[in-house]
Write a protein that binds this ligand. Structure first.
Ligand code: ADE
Length: 228
């Protein structure tokens, strides 16, 4: 999968892409993430990419020219450019099901905003799909884009060491309930012991216990998942 990310702060992604599971997926070429700074496309002689909002109000608005030109330049290089996702708190809320759909796309584009938002003509021209990662506001789309990249990359075949581990995750299409509690050594820590059943070696019994724990947790914390 190829992902083109447009951000005024591409450096924010370097630590994120340079470690752990993501680094391995990039090294193994399961994923190709390309960062673009729209500032490189600006025609403003002072290198500006934003301006004050018409009608007044606080903050700055991202100007249409650098973003539209940047996105169209990259799209024109591609035979079959994929969907454009624009990260914004006004978008539809991201979830695992949506990630599963997008994980089948060979190409995605992600637009990260800063300041007060995007000039509406960017949306009118590029017709992006607006995505929110939740009902709260962060400083810009970069962290939200990282959330999308990480959710989707986990679903790419071969990205995780153990193929099964993405299927077991809470919210996967195989498993729309919360994950059961996990334990590792030691058997006792500060007086708290590992449930006996997990030491029994009786796998049908262990599976039944885990299913029960998942259901109890889901009922207590996220009832609406069971109703779905
Ligand atoms: N930018 C600012 N807040 C956001 C959110 N909740 N989701 C996506 N992008 C954002």
């Amino acid at each position: 999968m190829r992902i083109d990310v447009f951000s005024l702060f591409p450096e924010l992604f370097s630590g994120f892409l340079g470690e752990s599971i993501l680094k391995r997926a990039l090294d193994r070429q399961l994923l190709d993430v390309r960062l673009h700074n729209p500032r490189q496309w600006t025609e403003n002689k002072h290198g500006r990419v934003d301006d004050r909002p018409y009608g007044g109000g606080p903050g700055m608005v991202l100007s249409p020219q650098p973003i539209v030109d940047a996105v169209q330049a990259i799209r024109s290089e591609m035979e079959q450019p994929g969907p454009i996702l624009l990260l914004s708190p006004t978008g539809r809320t991201w979830n695992q099901r949506w990630a599963e759909e997008l994980a089948t796309e060979p190409h995605l584009m992600m637009l990260c905003g800063r300041y007060e938002g995007f000039d509406q003509r960017i949306l009118d021209i590029l017709q992006p799909i607006e995505v929110s990662i939740g009902d709260y506001v962060i400083n810009g789309g970069e962290v939200a884009a990282m959330v999308l990249i990480e959710t989707v990359m986990r679903l790419l075949p071969g990205a995780l060491g153990d193929e099964q581990s993405a299927l077991q995750d809470s919210f996967s299409s195989e498993n729309r309930i919360l994950e059961f509690p996990q334990y590792t050594r030691p058997r006792e820590f500060r007086g708290l012991t590992v449930p006996e059943v997990l030491l029994s070696g009786d796998h049908p019994k262990i599976d039944a216990w885990r299913r029960q724990e998942s259901e109890t947790r889901t009922r207590q914390r996220r009832r609406e998942l069971l109703d779905e």
